[in-house]
Design a protein around this ligand. Structure first.
Ligand SMILES: NC(=O)NCCC[C@H](N)C(=O)O
Length: 395
């Protein structure tokens, strides 16, 4: 039996991967925010409460919730012979000053597997190892606050996964965790085809990958994902997967278009949520279709292309509606970024009430989840989750 089954964005969600926020959010200081790609410092206690609420809502929908930190620890428990190599790899990519390699490794190995993985995510301060030196930079290894966003370091595509080369140095270490899990955890090992590898050169992130159905993917060329990466991935999914077409949206390369899912998400067979930026910039981006025969530019509107691909007339719900202030505010707080739990049923940040109201009027059922602290990292319910299993769609 296959271990991953994600052939749409909307099929009933059965299993999902997340990360419960931990000490990494308390290792953030203003000077580090820009480099670590986190916009503010969350209050850890409330961020955890909000996240627990999010995962409770998922369980109520019958979804199995898995935690990346637990899966990595279990994979290490199952393969004690691989621990040394895993720790060496983490240190090689994560240590800020190689002269502390020995002390740092000794420290990590003194922890249980679960504590060690959490520590790798939390970051390690020099003072924790009793180190005081002339270099005042406080961390031996930086925190990884964006592990919260399990959408990005890898993606489930059909029965396989893409393991990503991340656009930023700070996020690239995150992919060590899913890479280790998919190669070594007994639930997945040797049974999940890889359509991209973290060692490959061109960047690609999961927020840009939308699995439309069994044959079509929609992928954004964005600040984070390059056309070359999509072309490389296309060869693998066409050869090893069920895929026949990739629709590529070549978006403007700005932070507002950080990932495709910050401006466009699917909610039902024929419903999408989009930010007005998508329409305001329609002349600023090109649409391509990649098939096994090659790449061609498509000179049609996005709505027409999507309607053709899903075989129905598509309705777009605008994030924030026609009020540009509401649209700007709600997009900033991930008003476009919903996790679909079943066709026409989504989990959304409750603060985005204008968009929620419009979705409800369009017949979408919205489960609201709190977001005062979680939203400070600039990612919503879709960013915080990677589906591992969705029921197949009735076409
Ligand atoms: N798919 C997404 O849009 N993920 C959110 C990522 C936010 C994170 N702070 C980042 O800049 O990478």
């Amino acid at each position: 039996m296959s271990k991953i089954n994600v052939y749409s964005e909307i099929g009933k969600l059965k299993s999902v991967l997340v990360h419960r926020p931990g000490d990494e959010v308390e290792n953030l200081v203003p000077d580090l925010l820009e480099r670590l790609l986190f916009d503010d410092i969350p209050f850890k206690k409330v961020a955890i409460e909000e996240h627990d609420r999010f995962t409770d809502l998922l369980r109520r929908e019958g979804v199995e919730v898995l935690y990346i930190e637990r899966l990595v620890a279990e994979a290490l428990d199952q393969n004690p012979n691989l621990k040394d190599e895993f720790v060496n790899k983490f240190i090689k990519e994560g240590i800020n000053d190689k002269k502390y390699t020995k002390e740092f490794k000794k420290y990590l190995l003194s922890l249980s597997n679960f504590e060690m993985v959490n520590k790798m995510i939390a970051g390690t301060k020099k003072i924790e190892l009793g180190i005081h030196d002339e270099n005042h930079y406080p961390f031996i290894a930086d925190p990884l606050p964006n592990v919260l966003f399990q959408r990005d370091p890898f993606a489930s595509v059909g029965n396989g996964v893409t393991l990503h080369k991340m656009w930023s140095v700070t996020r690239n270490r995150e992919t060590l965790f899913p890479d280790f899990v998919f190669k070594n955890h007994s639930r997945f090992a040797n049974d999940v085809p890889h359509f991209y590898e973290r060692e490959w050169e061109e960047p690609i992130e999961g927020g840009d990958i939308m699995v439309l159905n069994k044959e079509i993917l929609v992928i954004g060329v964005s600040q984070r994902t390059s056309m070359k990466a999509i072309e490389r991935m296309s060869k693998e999914v066409f050869a090893k997967g069920t895929y026949k077409k990739i629709l590529v949206l070549d978006l403007p390369k700005t932070r507002a278009f950080m990932h495709l899912d910050t401006v466009l998400t699917n909610a039902d067979y024929d419903k999408f949520i989009a930010h007005p930026l998508i329409f305001d910039n329609v002349d600023a981006f090109k649409i391509y279709l990649i098939t096994p025969e090659g790449k061609t530019e498509i000179k049609k509107s996005l709505i027409d292309v999507l309607s053709e691909l899903v075989g129905k007339s598509v309705k777009i719900i605008k994030c924030g509606g026609d009020d540009e202030i509401a649209a700007g505010r709600e997009q900033w707080n991930d008003g476009t970024n919903h996790l679909v739990v079943a066709p026409g049923k989504v989990i959304a940040y409750e603060r985005n009430w204008v968009t929620i109201d419009l979705m409800e009027k369009a017949g979408i059922e919205v489960i609201k989840t709190p977001s005062a602290e979680l939203s400070r990292g600039r990612g919503g319910p879709r960013c915080m989750s990677m589906p591992l299993w969705r029921e197949d769609l009735k076409q």
